[in-house]
Design a protein around this ligand. Structure first.
Ligand SMILES: [Zn+2]
Length: 159
């Protein structure tokens, strides 16, 4: 199964929940630059994945620290969806990807690195990227690159 691809396995490898504090709550509470926040909505926000699988790998999360998918409110669900769509608009403008993987990892076994604060992944895709991405996964992402990407996406955010 050459096509089978686990786009978010890096989240687990990176041990995003090593600390006591929730990375998404910290990002929501701190400055945009520190938390790599790209855009803030009313009940949810969009940030760059600190451990990206590809350039522009976004995460959309509610501000509320909620771990149960079914406990999201109607307003949160709608805004999460809209932020993902707008994020794709900014990505199209900035990186021009050819497609996207959009998905939820619910529970450790499903690859979630942060299990008690649900979040939606938006991963830009390019033809042939499955070949080089496993290689990239071992390369340390330069913080400077993330800062530049954050600023570009924030600047090209639709609306
Ligand atoms: Zn949280």
């Amino acid at each position: 199964m050459k096509q089978l691809w686990a786009p978010w396995r890096l989240e687990y490898i990176a041990g995003a929940d090593d600390g006591d504090e929730c990375v998404f709550c910290c990002a929501a509470e701190g400055p945009d630059e520190t938390g790599l926040v790209v855009h803030r909505g009313e009940s949810a926000f969009c940030l760059l994945n600190k451990y990206p699988y590809s350039s522009g790998h976004l995460i959309v999360a509610p501000y509320r620290h909620v771990g149960e998918f079914g406990e999201l409110t109607g307003d949160e669900v709608l805004e999460l969806h809209r932020l993902a769509a707008s994020g794709m608009g900014a990505l199209a403008e900035t990186f021009g990807p050819q497609g996207y993987n959009v998905g939820w990892n619910l529970g450790r076994i499903a690859g979630a690195g942060v299990v008690d604060h649900v979040h939606l992944h938006v991963v830009p895709r390019w033809a042939g990227d499955t070949n080089f991405m496993p290689v990239l996964a071992d390369v340390k992402v330069l913080p400077q690159h993330l800062d530049e990407t954050r600023a570009s996406l924030a600047a090209t955010w639709p609306g």
